[in-house]
Design a protein around this ligand. Structure first.
Ligand code: SAH
Length: 357
């Protein structure tokens, strides 16, 4: 067992089984042994690759998308650009490069990064040298004002709880110990008010997931956009309405058992876009419709951008550029699995590429 696995086992032996959310939180963010707290997991050397690490086009198009949302409003200055979970800082660096060419924005951009990992904060600092950047532990710590926000593969890293439908109630899946090894078990059946609505569309034995941190964060985004303007883009894998077990562990780009090596594999779960849409619906703020990443990027003009970049490349560089374009947009790659949703003020259109409700 890993050092973190031993710590978790000791805790369970003393206090009893823990929720999957507590387990995920320890695995990802334990200050000494947590996955994000201790490493830079991205790229071919790491455990997974994200869209901004695949191609600069992703960040450029997202930056210009938010710039258009800014132009559709009263062009509030400074332009407050916020990213949740910025990883290596690549998406922010690409957005800032593209935004540098937007008239009226030069020298007017203030960046705030919400990042829990000290290790990744250091990588971001290096990457974003020369820019005005502030780091925050939580979005709540940000001063009020118009908010232009992006979150790519942030919500999938937030801990989830899982519940199995009993007859009229739900049994939570808990992490316990069996023969000294971490193992999943079921808690007692309980009514759980927050799952009452799911009794209508599930049957005994079905599994549903809840992400307790999703609503507070996304409601705070909507509150700020409703009060002060701005726009938010959330990109992640998942779909509409959670049903089924989507907990996934990745190590060295391969799926692995989520309980085999706590702290050494990335743990994620699909994001429930219905829950995001609900949280973005409030007086003064609206969600957009959910759209696939492939369609969103095509609507923003990734085809034309890819052609322009291709004209400057040859040989292996051209091949890998074209492969990156396919990877981001093709329905058999990230194009369909990943989805996009926006939050926008009720009085302004959604950012380009997204349809209003
Ligand atoms: N957006 C980046 C990285 C995605 S990985 C990209 O697309 O490449 C998830 C990121 O969210 C990491 O930077 C991780 O450290 C951060 N993170 C995860 N949980 C967090 C939390 N609760 N608060 C702040 N940051 C968090």
């Amino acid at each position: 067992m890993t050092p973190l696995g031993r710590l978790i086992a000791t805790r369970i032996a003393a206090e009893g089984p823990i929720s999957l959310a507590d387990y995920m939180a320890d695995c990802l963010m334990h200050p000494v042994h947590g996955y994000y707290a201790t490493r830079d997991p991205f790229g071919s050397q790491g455990d997974f690759t994200t869209a901004p690490e695949i191609s600069q086009m992703f960040g450029e198009l997202l930056g210009l998308c938010l710039a258009q949302a800014w132009m559709d409003q009263v062009r509030p200055l400074p332009f407050r650009l916020v990213e949740l979970g910025p990883g290596r800082g690549t998406l922010m660096a690409d957005m800032l490069r593209a935004l540098g060419s937007v008239p009226g924005l030069h020298g007017q951009i203030e960046v705030a990064l919400v990042e829990a990992s000290p290790k990744l904060r250091a990588v971001q600092k290096e990457r974003l040298q020369g820019h005005k950047v502030q780091w925050l532990d939580r979005l709540d710590d940000l001063a009020d004002g118009p908010l232009f926000l992006v979150a790519n593969e942030f919500f999938d890293a937030l801990p989830i709880r899982q519940f199995v439908r009993a007859d009229a109630g739900w049994s939570e899946r808990m992490v316990g110990l069996k023969d000294g090894l971490l193992t999943l078990g079921l808690g007692p059946a309980t009514p759980y008010g927050s799952l009452a609505a799911r009794l209508a569309d599930t049957r005994p034995g079905d599994l549903v997931e809840l992400c307790p941190a999703l609503a507070p964060i996304s409601e705070e985004i909507a509150r700020r956009i409703a009060t002060n303007g701005g726009a938010a883009l959330v990109i992640d894998y998942g779909g509409w309405h959670s049903l089924g077990d989507t907990l996934q562990a990745l190590k060295d780009h391969r799926p692995t058992d989520p309980f085999a090596a706590p702290g050494e594999a990335d743990l994620t779960a699909h994001v429930d876009f219905e829950a995001l849409s609900l949280a973005f619906t409030r007086p003064g703020a609206r969600p957009s419709r959910m759209v696939s990443q492939g369609l969103f990027l095509e609507r923003l003009g990734i085809g034309a951008r890819a052609e322009r970049l291709a004209a400057q490349l040859q040989g292996a560089a051209l091949d890998s550029h074209l492969a990156a374009y396919r990877r981001l947009t093709d329905t058999s790659e990230m194009g369909e699995l990943f989805k996009v949703i926006a939050c926008h003020p009720a009085g302004a259109p959604p950012p380009p590429g997204l349809d209003p409700i």
